[in-house]
Design a protein around this ligand. Structure first.
Ligand SMILES: Nc1ncnc2c1ncn2[C@@H]1O[C@H](COP(=O)(O)OP(=O)(O)OP(=O)(O)O)[C@@H](O)[C@H]1O
Ligand SMILES: [Mg+2]
Length: 198
């Protein structure tokens, strides 16, 4: 399966999602992460430590002989229209991460509008960096997106500092010594299972 992670807005958790979905999928089949962001955040993440899957840029990916069971593609924020059309059409599933705040939702609405006119793969919205209780931001945004009929994943990713530690260490979150490591990982496991379950 080819899963592409994209958003109009920067900093909504695309790279963190791509890394952890790839870590989950690697548990099911050989998985490749293609870093299609010129900022090369996923490549930098991989270079700092150890990940259980290969991360390459889009040029290296073309030269790879090994067939991969799953491919995850991380993309830059604000893709130009042509790139968006191409990346949305050339995958099996498009994941659109968004944080539960108004600016991210505005950008998401714009992206959904753009996608509406394109021949694209199915897409699912993923709520990321959901703040802890007593904030109601996650629940409120979930309700709002559900009432507008947008395809939202049932699971969501909570906001844990351990995700930043994982990026620094160059590992998946489950390899970080932190009380929240397992909780963070389980959030992505639930998303992975939802995706594989169709
Ligand atoms: N669930 C989370 N909890 C806490 N912090 C997070 C979480 N997910 C991501 N972050 C942090 O938020 C910041 C942005 O995340 P990330 O780089 O994954 O977003 P991005 O959409 O790929 O950004 P860009 O558009 O710049 O590529 C990073 O510092 C990352 O460590
Ligand atoms: Mg990124």
């Amino acid at each position: 399966m080819i899963v592409t992670v994209a958003s109009f807005k920067g900093g909504v958790g695309k790279t963190t999602t791509a890394i952890h979905l790839a870590a989950f999928l690697q548990g099911h089949a050989q998985t490749l992460l293609i870093d299609a962001d010129p900022n090369q955040s996923a490549l930098a993440w991989a270079s700092r430590g150890e990940l259980p899957f290969l991360v390459v840029d889009q040029w290296q990916a073309r030269a790879l002989p090994t067939p991969y069971g799953h491919v995850v593609i991380d993309t830059p924020a604000r893709p130009v229209a042509d790139d968006l059309a191409l990346l949305a059409a050339s995958c099996d599933l498009l994941i659109l991460p968004t944080t539960p705040d108004i600016l991210a939702l505005d950008a998401l609405a714009l992206m959904v509008q753009h996608l509406a006119g394109l021949p694209i793969a199915p897409y699912r919205i993923l709520l990321t960096m959901i703040p802890p209780y007593p904030s109601r931001a996650g629940a409120e945004v979930r309700q709002r997106l559900t009432t507008t009929g947008l395809p939202l994943l049932a699971g969501g990713i909570r906001r844990y500092a351990v995700f930043q530690k994982a990026a620094l260490a160059g590992t998946a979150v489950y390899d970080v010594k932190d009380p929240k490591a397992e909780l963070g990982w389980q959030d992505y496991v639930a998303i992975g299972e939802e995706i594989l379950g169709g």
